[in-house]
Structure formats: C-alpha cells, structure tokens
Design a protein around this ligand. Structure first.
Ligand code: BGC
Length: 408
C-alpha cells in the first residue's frame, strides 16, 4: 500500500533502515501530563475503593514540561514523537469543547515540528471523559457519534503537519479490560489475559471505522490507523489450534479490522506461551522485568511478522516496545535484541516504517510509578529529566541509522 507523502523507502548499503524510517519514542497523556481531573481514570484513582494502588496526581508534569521533553528527544537524535491528546481535557463536559486545550495541543504539534520531530498523534489512549463513561462508554449507542464529534473538534490539532494519527490505542486491551470489569476486576495490566468483551470489541471496531472517515475528511494526506497490543502467542507443541483460537478474539479480530487502514501500529513487550489448557507461565528461572513479564527482546520481531501475515500490505510502525527495568544496561540489551529483529524484518521485505520505544519518559504505569520504562528518568520531587545511556544509544541510532554490533 502506498503511504501518503511521508517516506520514500531507499535501502542503502550500510544500513537496513530506509531513509525516512521513524525513530522515536511514545507517551500517553494520562501517564505523563498530570492532573487529568475530568477523566474516568482520575475518578477511579480517587473513588476510595483502593482498587488503584497509587494515583497519577502530577504524573511527570509534562502538561507544563512538554517543551523540555521534546527538546531532549530532538537533541538525543530522535526524529519522531508519539503522544496523545486527552479527550477529557478537550471535551470536559459533553458537547462543550475547550478552545484553550485545543490550542495547547496545537502548540505541541507546532513545537514538535520546530524541533525536527514528526508528531504522531493518538486520539484515545485508555482514558475517556467521566461523562462518556457515565453514558455507558464504548458500548453506548451514541459512542460512534460522540467520538466522531470529538475527532472533528481535534481538526485544528491534526489538520496540518501530523503524518500519522492513531484513532484508538490498544482496542484489544480495551475489550479485555471491559470483560474484566464486568467480572469486577480493575487491575492493570489484566492478569492472565481474560476473555475480551464481545460487545466492546464490536463497538470499538465500529468507532474506529467512523473515526477513520472523520480523520480522512479533515485531511486525506494523514495516515490513519490504530495500534494493537500483540502478546506474541507462541504455541507449545500440539497447541497450535488452541493458540489460534485464543489469539483470535484478543488480537487477530483487531488486526483484520485494520485492513484498508493507511498503517498499523505494533505494540509488543514480551511473549505468551500457550499450551493445551491456555497460557503457560514463564519458568521460575526466566529473567523478569518490573512488570513481572518475561524479558524477551525478540518479541517485537514475532509481533511484526504476525501482524504482517494478517494485515497484508498495510505498512507497519512499531508504536510501542520496551522494558520496565531499574537496570539501564538491561534496557540497552533489550534494545539491541529488538533492533536486530527490526533489521531482520526489513531484510525479509516486511513493509516496516518505524520504531517508537515505550516510553520516552518514566511515567504512570496505570496504578503505579514503580515500573520504569523510560529512556529518560524523572526525579519525582523536582521533575528533573535525565536521559539514560539507552536513550543516547537509541537516539544515536536514529541520527545515524547505522546498526551497531552491540548496545554498549
Ligand atoms: C499501553 C501503555 C502501557 C504499556 C506498558 C501498553 O499496554 O499502551 O499505556 O503503559 O503498554 O504496560
């Protein structure tokens, strides 16, 4: 599929990474901005039930410090920055849109461009306005119309200079979390990948298709798509059919729905082995990250290949891949493994357009600040930002596109 006016792939002899390959990092509004007081998550964090261990409060204060964040990313050598705009800020009350917040996000787009960063904008990353949740959220009959109206209101933010727009981040996790909530559980990430809620699956697919049409009407040059969490399901011997049946409602139905989009975002962190009875935990001796996931740098290659096998010729961008660790050398090792996989996928001829690490900054990991995913560390008292060695390594790769032998 032809991508609209952004990238002219041209493989050079010294690097598998084509000109225009996206090198960047990702964030999400609620996880970094702070004080997202009109969102459903803010309410959950303060509803007195104690279901959410730690509230987001000021998060990384990026609502005020976004310039500093973008300065750092650009100085480090990155060419792309994925961030989300917050529906609960833009439409804090149903039908009432904040001109000041739209201007805020427009300034962020302009600020990125001024620094040489291409802005990749996510319209919805897990949080919704409280009023939308009260109406019934995604399964409300009015959801497609209400989300479409919000996307129209975002026109001043995305109409110019935004090459990629993501409508909905990880619709599959939204469906999984909806299924989990129906069973009274609100932990994030959901333990054991519970069965997604079918009604929510259908609803978010319908909302995505409607929102895609709205974005195209705003500017047909925008590449519009969505980003799907890929759990890297690996069948144990004899469990191929079980794995396919397990994967379909949690992943493939959402990839199928992306056929006809301008791009698809791949998001992967670890792998999930499936046996005859479902997921099989990693062995005790396996290295684990601060989210308790198996340390598995090759996940991204598997996720890219699987996504390509389902979506066909839709271009792929890795929009999230990373590791929560307090040892930055392990982050560098993870990155080295991931980058080797990217190179291999390109050499295999997969239409891979970019790599965005999760996350640019340490942030609020949906209930806790403990899992540190960031290329850039944060002092939570002063909000001082400090790029880690891994940030310099990956940023330099963005600048030179030369594939180093090690992640030293
Ligand atoms: C989400 C992020 C989250 C990350 C690590 C993805 O599920 O898009 O918001 O922080 O993975 O858990």
């Amino acid at each position: 599929m032809h991508q609209k006016g952004i990238v002219t792939p041209m493989t050079t002899a010294r690097t598998p990474f084509p000109d225009g390959f996206l090198w960047g990092a990702s964030t999400a509004a609620h996880q970094i901005e702070g004080n997202n007081v009109n969102s459903d998550w803010w309410r959950k964090e303060h509803d007195g039930t104690g279901r959410i261990a730690e509230p987001s409060l000021d998060a990384a204060d990026s609502y005020h410090r976004w310039r500093e964040d973008m300065d750092l990313l650009a100085e480090l050598g990155f060419t792309d920055y994925r961030f989300s705009v917050e529906w609960a800020r833009i439409e804090p009350v149903e039908g009432r849109f904040s001109r000041a917040e739209i201007a805020h996000y427009r300034r962020m787009v302009e600020g990125a461009v001024e620094r040489g960063l291409r802005p990749i904008v996510t319209l919805h990353h897990f949080t919704v306005p409280q009023w939308f949740e009260d109406l019934g959220g995604w399964t409300s009959e009015r959801a497609p119309e209400l989300f479409a109206r919000y996307v129209e209101a975002c026109a001043p933010v995305i109409a110019d200079s935004v090459p990629y727009v993501c409508t909905i981040n990880e619709p599959n996790m939204i469906a999984v979390m909806a299924g989990q909530a129906k069973r009274g559980d609100t932990s994030f990430p959901p333990a054991g990948l519970p069965t997604p809620d079918d009604e929510t699956t259908d609803a978010v697919i319908a909302v995505h298709h409607r929102a895609t049409a709205v974005v195209r009407a705003i500017n047909p040059e925008i590449n519009v798509g969505w980003t799907v969490a890929n759990q890297v399901y690996q069948a144990l011997p004899g469990a191929e059919d079980v794995t396919a049946a397990y994967r379909w409602p949690r992943e493939d139905v959402f990839l199928e729905a992306a056929k006809g989009d301008d791009w698809i975002g791949v998001q992967s962190y670890t792998r999930t082995k499936i046996g005859a009875d479902g997921p099989v935990p990693a062995p005790d001796e396996a290295e684990r990250t601060l989210t308790d996931w198996e340390f598995y740098p090759r996940a991204v290659g598997h996720a890219i290949r699987h996504t390509a096998s389902v979506v066909g010729d839709v271009p792929i961008v890795v929009t999230e891949n990373g590791v929560a660790t307090s040892d930055d050398e392990r982050r560098s090792a993870y990155l080295a493994g991931a980058v080797d996989e990217l190179a291999a996928c390109l050499e295999e001829g997969i239409d891979l357009r970019g790599y965005l690490y999760w996350s640019a900054l340490d942030n609020y990991e949906w209930g806790s600040f403990r899992p540190t995913f960031g290329l850039i560390g944060i002092d939570w008292e002063t909000f001082e930002r400090t790029p880690r060695a891994s940030a310099h390594w990956l940023g330099n790769l963005g600048r030179t596109r030369e594939l180093p032998r090690t992640a030293a």
